[in-house]
Design a protein around this ligand. Sequence first.
Ligand SMILES: Nc1ncnc2c1ncn2[C@@H]1O[C@H](COP(=O)(O)OP(=O)(O)O)[C@@H](O)[C@H]1O
Ligand SMILES: [Mg+2]
Length: 304
Amino acid sequence: MFPSLEELEQGLRGSGYIADSIATTTVYLAAKLHKPLLLEGPAGSGKTQLAYAVAEAADTTVERLQCYEGIHEEKAIGKFDESLQRLCVELRAKSANADWESLQAELHSQQFFSAGPLLRALQYEKPCVLLIDELDKVDHAFEALLLELLSVWQLSIPKLGTIKARSIPFVVLTSNEERRIGDPLRRRSFYLRVEHPTAEREAEIVALRTPDSSHEFHAGMAGLAKALRGWSLEKPPSVSEILDLAQALKVLGPERVTPEMRDILLPLLAKTEADRRKLLLRDGFASLLYDAQQYTREALRSAV
Ligand SMILES: Nc1ncnc2c1ncn2[C@@H]1O[C@H](COP(=O)(O)OP(=O)(O)O)[C@@H](O)[C@H]1O
Ligand SMILES: [Mg+2]
């Protein structure tokens, strides 16, 4: 998928994803060794986006299976298109020399099967990225279904038979850790924790999204993010919320958050009632901004 680590690095950056060297190397090795990559970490930390960035860097497609409670095989693998089958039977019944045996075989061929993302991912000439997103939402039985695919790169489908991969996809599994992913899948995968970025890296991410703003603004957002995460909030903000905040500030005008902006910005910073109260405490917001300033200075220093 990637001729060298350097090319992957440039490719990810080119697609607007800022990854550290551990993440880049892990992606590179997983792709080279045909291992699935399990990404775990808080919501909004860039797991889904990493899969899309890898696909863009490799100039290939993403097949995405969005997991949810109660998801079933049909959604993931596919199912026979019954109305198309019925139509075919009706048409053939009209012709005098209908051969029922060959008709039956035909009806259970891939022609009449509408494939889901898992099956589609095996059928590309050039390997695609198969993103199995938020796997922690499904139960163990569904995880077991993935094991065959990930160990022998084939799917056994009743009546259709065994479909072998034409190319081996690069599989990315993500989890927000609402449930622990089982050990068999962990054993087969490479594991990468996606945490909140360092202030320096977060400043770079903000800079990509708000390129017209100043360097100080980007560092300021990263500093504020780090300060908020040090405040033991119930829902500390993730990268995506900091990007929202940066964009909101751009709309409003000021390049710096000041204590007077507390009430306007509170809905963007606090996502639960407890967190709101915490930021409303006497001096709460002002001392948060004080912490943020310290981190901003650090981010600016380390970027020099
Ligand atoms: N390292 C990064 N580089 C660029 N953008 C990032 C990075 N990490 C997170 N983001 C941005 O943050 C947002 C949330 O990321 P997402 O992948 O949806 O999070 P997750 O899947 O972990 O919940 C997206 O807009 C994404 O572009
Ligand atoms: Mg996601």
